[in-house]
Structure formats: structure tokens, C-alpha cells
Design a protein around this ligand. Structure first.
Ligand code: BG6
Length: 302
């Protein structure tokens, strides 16, 4: 399947994308010259569809944390009709693999009409969205044939991460040491991705179990929340199994009622500053007999 082939291309294409926006040896970000000053931006709007909109949601966490700039994220089909007030001089970012998605393009044209700076993150540099944007940051994912985005998603994340670190640096919110440590983390990603892909036999076994389920819940906090939404979207689109993604803290406000021994719950929880919080949500799932599939790192598994 093309999708499987594209999943396995990720370590290489993610490394290629990172190489365009970082200086790995110096452990610094290195964005191309842009027609606007990242220091002067007071608000960011991120607009995209489907999987690309989840990249936008993750980007919001990074921008707000590293650069302390408020970010709004919208799906393009809503943004284009809701006449959002945008201020001249603000930045609107459009994320699209194809660069041709009609709603995202219409949203870009609306934003241009409002006089904001426009930046697109696209995989196809000759696309309409790329041509009509003031600044283009290309993902180097190569052609993505599978309809459900995979390698473009992870490459888009690399561009957003590099941009958020650059914004943090330009605005004086990140020190040289912060930059070095964040870039070091990014440079490590291709190797870690390749290692994660060696889990395929275990994943295949889990997938066989999940394929018998009618509904699957995905939970996560922080940047793992949009990842939970993306996981649920992928399962729906590819397996036709009903799935929902939730912010783990929202579990108690409704979805917990659905949990029983027939409901697999995929919990995405790396060992980060909200890990313990997610573990307490996992305990609530376990108390109701839910089947937990924990996706974590070595520290979280310990
Ligand atoms: C959807 C695809 O139809 O379009 C998603 O299934 C994709 O995977 C979305 O993210 C948006 O497409 P694009 O090309 O604008 O990123």
C-alpha cells in the first residue's frame, strides 16, 4: 500500500525537511528570509483542513509556549465563512499537503483581503496556495499518494516546530541554550522515528485486536491531544471503525460513560509535565474495565 510505504519514508523525509530549516551542527534554526518580522507579530491565525489542521493545533501549543504569541486555529471550512477579524500586520499560516484544498485556498484569499501577512506550509511548491502566499515554507515529504496524510503530517510538524523556535528566538523568549536544546531534540527525531517503526510486529498484533471493536477512544493532553484527534481520524478513515479523540481531562465530562471492557482506549502520554495527570485519567478508564493501549516513551513505561 502507498500509505504503508509513505509511513516508512518518514525518517528520511523528516530529516530532509529539518535540514532545510535547521543548522544541525550549530544546533540553530535557519529559516529563509521572510517578508515580515517575526518580532512584530502580535497574533497568529492557523488555518487548514483535516490532518493538517491538527498540525495547526500542535503548532499553537509550540508558538504560545516558545514565542508567547497568542494563536487561533481554525478549520478552513469554518474560517472562510466566519469573517474573523484579522489585524493588518498579523500573521496567518495555511497548512496543506496538496496546496490545492478549496477551503484552505479560499481562507488564504480572505486573509489576504484583510491585509495580514500570509505564510503557507505546503508540500507542492507549484500549487495555487504556494503561489498566492507571501511566504512559502515547503515540506520535503516528496509526493504523497495515499489520500490519508502520513509523511506530510510529520514533515508539517517539523516546519511548525522550526518556525515556533525561530519566533521564540526572534522575540527574545528563548535563550541560545533553549534553542540549542530544542534543535537538538528535533535533530534526534528521524533516528527515533526509525526506532519506533521497528515496533510494527507489536502494532500489527494490536491492530488485529482493535479491528474487532466497534468504537475506539483516543486520549491525550497538551500536544498529545491533537495527536489523539489525528489518531481517531486515521482509524475512522482507514478502517471504518468509529473513533473519537478527546483531551484526557475531558474524559470525566461525558465520554467516560461509554467505557467498558469492549472499548479500547488509546492513551498517548509521553513522560512530560502532564504525564501524571494523564495517568490518573488512565486509572479512571481501568476502573471501568476499559482496555488501555498506552503509547509512551521509555521513561513513561518504566
Ligand atoms: C483530506 C485528507 O481529505 O484532506 C487529509 O484525507 C488531509 O489527510 C486533508 O489532511 C487536507 O488536505 P491538504 O492537501 O490540504 O493537506
Amino acid at each position: 500500500h502507498f500509505m504503508q510505504k509513505e509511513i516508512y519514508e518518514q525518517p528520511v523525509v523528516v530529516a530532509q525537511t529539518l535540514t532545510s530549516y535547521l543548522r544541525p551542527l550549530e544546533e540553530q534554526v535557519a529559516l529563509p528570509d521572510m517578508d515580515f518580522d517575526l518580532k512584530a507579530i502580535e497574533r497568529v491565525a492557523i488555518v487548514a483542513c483535516g490532518t493538517a489542521s491538527y498540525v495547526g493545533m500542535i503548532g499553537k501549543y509550540w508558538f504560545e509556549r516558545f514565542a508567547r504569541v497568542p494563536v487561533e486555529v481554525d478549520v478552513a471550512s469554518e474560517f472562510r465563512y466566519r469573517e474573523a477579524p484579522l489585524r493588518k500586520g498579523d500573521l496567518a499560516i495555511f497548512i496543506s499537503q496538496s496546496g490545492e484544498t478549496a477551503d484552505t485556498l479560499a481562507a488564504l484569499r480572505y486573509a489576504k483581503g484583510e491585509g495580514v501577512h500570509t505564510l503557507s506550509v505546503v508540500n507542492v511548491p507549484t500549487s495555487t496556495i504556494a503561489r498566492e502566499s507571501e511566504t512559502v515554507l515547503q515540506t520535503l515529504a516528496g509526493p504523497e499518494i495515499g489520500v490519508a496524510s502520513t509523511k506530510a503530517f510529520t514533515c508539517q510538524l517539523m516546519v511548525l516546530a522550526s518556525l515556533a523556535v525561530a519566533a521564540g528566538k526572534a522575540r527574545g523568549e528563548l535563550s541560545d541554550e533553549d534553542e540549542t536544546s530544542l534543535v537538538h531534540g528535533l535533530v534526534e527525531i528521524p533516528r527515533l522515528m526509525a526506532a519506533a517503526l521497528t515496533s510494527e510486529p507489536q502494532i500489527e498484533k494490536l491492530a488485529r485486536d482493535i479491528s474487532k471493536s466497534k468504537d475506539v477512544l483516543y486520549l491525550g493532553r497538551g500536544t498529545s491531544y491533537p495527536l489523539a484527534l489525528e489518531g481517531a481520524l486515521k482509524l475512522k478513515e482507514i478502517s471504518y471503525i468509529h473513533a473519537e479523540g478527546y483531551a484526557a481531562g475531558e474524559l470525566k465530562h461525558g465520554p467516560i460513560a461509554l467505557i467498558d471492557e469492549n472499548m479500547p482506549v488509546v492513551v498517548i502520554a509521553p513522560f512530560d509535565r502532564v504525564f501524571e495527570k494523564t495517568v490518573s485519567n488512565m486509572q479512571e478508564v481501568a476502573a471501568r474495565g476499559g482496555k488501555i493501549i498506552l503509547m509512551t516513551d521509555a521513561k513513561g513505561a518504566a
